[in-house]
Design a protein around this ligand. Sequence first.
Ligand code: HAS
Length: 580
Amino acid sequence: MRVEGSVKTVILGEIIFPIVLLIFGIYHGLMQVLYRAGVIKDMSFLGIEYYQGLTLHGVINVVVFTTMIIVAFGNAVFLYYLKKPLRPAVQWVSFLLMVVGTLMAAWAMFAGKANVLYTFYYPLIAHPAFYIGAALLLVGSVIPLFFDWVPNYIAWRKEHPGEKVPLAVFGMLVNHIMWVIMLVPVVIEVLFQLIPVSLGLIPETNPSLSRTLFWAFGHPVVYFWLLPAYVMLYTILPKIVTGEGKLYSDSAARFAFLLFVLFSFPVGLHHQYTEPGITNSYKLIHAFFTLGVAVPSLITAFTVAASLEYSIKSKYPEVRNSLFYWWTKIPYISLEGDKWLVSYFMAGLLLFLAGGITGIVNASYNLNLVVHNTSFVPGHFHTTVGGLVTLSFLGISLYMVSKLMGKDIRFKGLAVIAPWLWWQGMLIFEYAMSMAGIHGFPRRTNTGISYLNPESPLYRPEWVGYAELTVLAGFIIVLGFVFWAISFFGTILSPKVRESTIEFPTAPALHDEKAPALNRLTPWFVVSVLLFVISYIPAIYDVTKRGVFFDSPGYNDKSPVPITKPQSAKEDQRNTAEAK
Ligand code: HAS
């Protein structure tokens, strides 16, 4: 399908802009391993402080990069599969809001006024520009859903009565509706807690409530990142693995997406198992739902594996009777046609196996108490969002840029090796971080000047080897990214050889039952919102009325002294004045 004009420009902007920022995000990832292993023994490097760099790393990589690529991919999916034009005005407003918002937040972070990490909950407090910028980014990201995707979806359904909406559209629509729902708690936190404190309108607010509202958003958001990757695994991967492959079951894929609708929300308390202000039994309920939300990923694991097996065995009769030998026919490294993309998906899937196992360890209430706040947790999420999600997004970005700009992929060999370097690096990183985490190695700590510094009384030599392994891992990962970036920017700078198009290789389904219940979204979302609200009422009650519910002044990372004046200080002053 041909794409020209401003819609093409916007989609390209939504890919290229966050990728330029990603260079900074990945650089600060490398700095993290160097600080933590004590290669850099300082609180700052080249004018950027430790927590400032950690904030830049997290916010750019998992907030800005993911959000903008998801919007770009969603736009391309709706355009290609529904064959309905996107509205240029809507697209420009959405894109500009995201860019302006990102630049505002970036200014606050680069200026050192927002060292609040990517989780940004209270009592750490940032400059208002950080929160307002983040809000603009989020508003910009939902605009296409309301003004382009939903109207086009409704029009398509009217024109195709009784037909199933294409699977990719189904997945991206479900994902973005989930996105709107999960934004509600974090918007409440930002509007009524963080911005008022940051502007000095109120002196204190409730940190337990802030954390609870944040995590009500902060876990569902991981599925907002994951589902676009699943869309690619269900639609593109089975097709390109042989060129003529099939998706094993369309209904299994739709059912998996709908299970995410049900189970992605009532789970956030698994980030707060150690939070004193919330009754344990409510946390246990969230623990059970968390184990429930692993089920659609297990369905995906089996459906994707079955699709690969079916497709490979149909193409290569010689492996038809093999149990595992067909694995050798998967084009892990191939320059032929679109097969180069297989390497991104396979490397991502193999990392996600580790991400799934460590996720279930995290979710298991009692095991979590061993690993919480240790390096085990970053080990986990570098194989999920830093593994399957990032690799799928890097692969699809390169694919979309080459199609939209009408260019051949340059340095394809580097592009194919890149995900495997990334995979190798992340695997070493995951191993080292998990093992060290089990032995208590803390996360989010400049260990190079403390626990891993032989001069320090805190010195813990048993963590040194693991931290050194993460340095090796960091360099391999960065090398993978450099290979990818050479191919990406090489492609952008190469001459145009075809007209600009957008198209996605799409696998037809082997089993394609009608299953009408899987095509009506409303009942699933009604139950989902009910579950969300009911599962959170007791926790919100706890953090506002029981347990640790006192308000607290705001802090920054530089000093233990509050940066906003606590209410109690004002009362003391009043009492002193009255006494006088
Ligand atoms: Fe998580 C913390 C539990 C999935 C991201 N998670 C995090 C944080 C992030 C994150 C960023 O319960 C840190 C937040 C912070 O800064 O504090 N997570 C889970 C569970 C899952 C899970 C149960 N997480 C994700 C995904 C993420 C993500 C996905 C990003 C995209 N996570 C937790 C918990 C914590 C946590 C606790 C809090 C820890 C703490 O104490 O702070 C599940 O959804 C995972 C299910 C996945 C599977 C794997 C299926 C396998 C597949 C691959 C198949 C392979 C094939 C290849 C087919 C069950 C799909 C075949 C190969 C051939 C050759 C044929």
